[in-house]
Design a protein. Structure first.
Length: 345
């Protein structure tokens, strides 16, 4: 590999009119001497996204547009990879902004450790008070728990990589993104890369600015879809199971029982057997304890001001509970055709 191999940036795009310009500019402004090409795989957007993409492409010959009528992320990625040619493939997101050093640092790490896929930190940020509050929840360990790309970890081998900087030959060896995996396709590809004996690497010095959903309905839809596909992963692959993934469903069950208890006990009263009555009484504490933990985590998060911290506290259940419901669905009956509808307008 040459010192500055050419790079192919691949970007799935759907309903991103408000973010696409900045995302593309951050790619083309990379402080990197090698050749660059950017392929935008355009889904069936219902806003002005495709017009923005056409205007941008007309101004720079390094940009290629490909149609992705189905709008699915893995299909978009595969179309973009196959319509590019450079030896390094870097997945980018239309909701993200790359720091200028991202490409150079990523390729240096790829070569330094002999990896086939390298990823870094998702640096969530916001433009509005609510989006900043949601971003603060992303950074909180109470929000997402263990993933290194949310809360950070020492550099080293990883189960998966956020976005991903790949050697092109790995796709020829292990295959492309699984187009039946509408979400979690990155985890499944990383599994195949690791099974082939190659490294997937986490580098905390790689930070990507990411703008999360900016309203609760979209966040809830995204969380449900994410949980469903994580459940599908756990259902298909033993490697996809983790104790931390079982905690949100247990929490959801406890909260549901606690709320139900508050209704059942006053109605049935002394008619309930004593063990059941004790269980229902104890379960009432679960919603209270969870609410207290969410409030405490909200005030300890990165948000600024009382309103932002309170919104962060409210964000936690908007992430945890839909994710838990989705996980139960995916784990028991599979993800099926579950789709993240958070950006479908």
């Amino acid at each position: 590999m040459t010192e500055y191999p050419g790079v192919a940036y691949v970007m799935p795009v759907l309903n991103e009119a408000d973010y696409l310009q900045e995302a593309v500019e951050s790619v083309l402004a990379q402080d990197y001497e090698g050749d660059k090409e950017l392929v935008l795989a355009l889904g069936p957007s219902t806003d002005e996204t495709n017009l923005v993409a056409q205007r941008i492409a007309a101004q720079d010959s390094r940009i290629t547009l490909v149609e992705n009528p189905q709008g699915r992320t893995p299909i978009a990625l595969n179309l973009a990879i196959r319509n590019s040619s450079n030896p390094i493939v870097i997945r980018v997101d239309a909701h993200s902004e790359l720091p200028a050093s991202y490409t150079k640092r990523g390729i240096e790490t790829l070569n330094r450790v002999g990896a086939h896929d390298v990823g870094g930190l998702m640096d969530a940020r916001g433009r509005t008070v609510l989006q900043r509050a949601i971003a603060a929840a992303y950074h909180s360990k109470f929000g997402f728990g263990g993933p290194a790309y949310h809360s950070g970890a020492p550099e080293g081998e990883a189960e998966s990589a956020y976005l991903g900087i790949f050697r092109r030959e790995v796709f020829e060896e292990v295959g492309y993104f699984d187009e039946k995996m509408w979400r979690a396709q990155d985890w499944e590809l990383c599994l195949r890369i690791r099974q082939a004996g190659h490294k997937v690497w986490f580098d905390p010095e790689l930070k990507v600015g990411y703008y999360p959903r900016d309203n609760f309905p979209s966040l809830i839809k995204q969380s449900f879809a994410s949980g469903t596909w994580r459940g599908e992963i756990a259902r298909r692959f033993p490697e996809g199971k983790s104790l931390r993934h079982d905690l949100p469903p247990v929490l959801l069950a406890g909260i549901t029982l606690g709320i139900a208890s508050a209704v059942i006990q006053p109605i049935l009263g002394d008619d309930l057997p004593k063990p059941i009555s004790i269980l229902l009484t104890l379960s009432k504490a679960v919603p209270v304890l969870y609410g207290a933990c969410a409030l405490m985590a909200g005030f300890r998060a990165k948000g600024q001001g009382l309103r932002e911290k309170l919104l962060t506290a409210v964000t936690f259940p908007a992430i945890h509970l839909p994710w838990a419901a989705g996980y139960i669905k995916g784990r028991t009956v599979g993800a099926g055709s579950t789709l993240d509808k958070g950006r479908i307008k």
